[in-house]
Ligand binder design. Structure first.
Ligand SMILES: Cc1cc2nc3c(=O)[nH]c(=O)nc-3n(C[C@H](O)[C@H](O)[C@H](O)COP(=O)(O)O)c2cc1C
Length: 171
């Protein structure tokens, strides 16, 4: 099996991270994996905002989301990358999904762990949307699409099982 297919085979969402910070060059490689993703009509409209775990915006989102949660929404990963997209472009959500998966697989290939994050959507697109768009440096007219927490895994789990018969039709 090719190394790439092994990465897909072993990929899983990581929800426990060590405190070890991500080196600059590794972070750059991850963001570039997102930038290399295809976009509809090659519009390249997805914006990437890199946020360290100590940034006050992380605590503010946590407070608005669930101040009593046992774990943070980013599982204390050293870095969370927020993907925002042009809200007037109908493919922004799809393009962000493809870009975030590129980052997720690149992290796996580099021996890192990551988890795609959608749970903050109601906060980031809610009543404080304008404030959060500014704090997260989204370009004008952009809105939150998805995010990904990345770091060195403290624990991983088995890849999920799937039901080929249920989810696939060959016609
Ligand atoms: C669009 C999207 C949003 C997600 N949001 C969250 C989230 O907010 N928090 C979380 O812990 N996992 C989140 N996940 C991860 C899924 O829960 C995970 O992919 C799923 O349980 C399957 O597990 P696996 O990735 O380990 O195979 C999200 C995944 C996707 C694709």
């Amino acid at each position: 099996m090719s190394d790439f297919l092994k990465v897909i085979d072993n990929r899983n969402s990581v929800r426990s991270y060590s405190d070890k910070p991500l080196p600059e060059d590794v972070l750059r490689t991850l963001v570039e994996a997102g930038l290399k993703a295809p976009t509809a009509a090659n519009k390249q409209e997805i914006h990437f905002t890199v946020v360290g775990k100590e940034d006050p915006v992380q605590a503010e989102i946590q407070k608005d989301l669930n101040p009593d949660a046992q774990n943070t929404f980013y599982y204390n990963a050293p870095v969370t990358i927020y993907l925002s997209g042009d809200e007037s472009f109908k493919w922004s959500a799809v393009d962000a999904g493809i870009a975030v998966e590129n980052i997720h697989l690149a992290a796996q290939a580099l021996g890192l762990g990551s988890v795609i994050l959608g749970c903050m959507e109601r906060i980031l697109n809610g009543e404080k949307k304008e404030e959060y768009c500014k704090k997260l440096a989204f370009p004008e007219g952009y809105g939150y699409q998805v995010a990904i927490a990345v770091g060195y895994p403290e624990a991983t789990k088995e890849p999920h099982t799937f039901d080929y018969e249920k989810n696939v039709s060959v016609i």
